[in-house]
Design a protein around this ligand. Structure first.
Ligand SMILES: [Zn+2]
Length: 233
């Protein structure tokens, strides 16, 4: 399926770099993806609707033994609650996180690892916002962004929402015009430029030579980052 921001030049670059690194996916990344596919099924058996969008090292296929798994958690809040998921209104996120951290990771992986929910999106809220079609909606914006750069487990859950978004070109255009602001957010979650250099040195260790064209892509991405985020990286 086409991603909402896939034609934005920075997103395009980001995804080219990501695909490149994914060709050298680590065994740990593969096993974490397998774990989460299994977790999604088990969480569904427990009665919750979930999907995961990975950011960070699993997204780039570069997780190692010590890597945390960072992801966006999609869920359906309890009692058909239509706001942003928070503890006052809803225990669902808490229950799912507990299930993951206290049970599933310990039972199904030989070497337990840390997880970090970087954002949580309520599918009831997404549903409502897709009906409203307001390009200033923070929930729609985050959804379009995550779907454009992340790596999904249980995409089947997100597909109908993404299809509805893509069927509204005006909405996609409105969201795209807001895109630069999101790169500030990227800086907040993870110093992704630092991650690039870390992955690069790993590939060098493996004897993989990164093509000059790819280095240029990485450089232009980093330059963009500096322009957008100041000296914080
Ligand atoms: Zn909730």
């Amino acid at each position: 399926m086409i991603n909402p921001f896939s034609f934005h030049p920075v997103i395009e670059d980001y995804n080219i770099i990501k695909r490149y690194f994914r060709e050298y996916e680590t065994a740990h990344s593969k096993s974490r993806m397998r774990d989460f596919r299994r977790f999604a099924r088990l969480i569904a058996d427990a009665g919750y609707v979930v999907a995961f969008d990975f950011v960070g090292s699993v997204n780039f296929g570069q997780a190692d033994t010590n890597s945390d798994v960072d992801f966006v958690l999609y869920l359906a809040c309890e009692n058909n609650y239509k706001g942003e998921c928070d503890k006052t209104h809803c225990q669902t996120r808490y229950q799912i996180e507990n299930l993951l951290m206290r049970t599933l990771i310990h039972e199904y992986s030989t070497l337990p690892y840390e997880i970090q929910v970087v954002d949580c999106l309520n599918l009831h809220l997404l549903d409502q916002e897709l009906d409203r079609g307001d390009p200033m909606s923070p929930a729609l914006f985050r959804f379009a962004f995550y779907r454009s750069i992340c790596r999904c487990v249980n995409a089947r859950v997100l597909k109908p929402y993404q299809e509805r978004l893509m069927q509204n070109p005006q909405l996609v255009e409105g969201l795209t015009s807001e895109l630069n602001a999101v790169f500030d957010g990227l800086n907040r979650w993870s110093p992704h430029s630092l991650s690039f250099s870390k992955y690069r040195s790993r590939l060098t260790d493996l004897g993989v030579r990164i093509p000059d064209s790819m280095l240029q892509k990485i450089r232009s991405h980093l330059d963009f980052g500096k322009d957008q985020m100041g000296d914080g990286i």
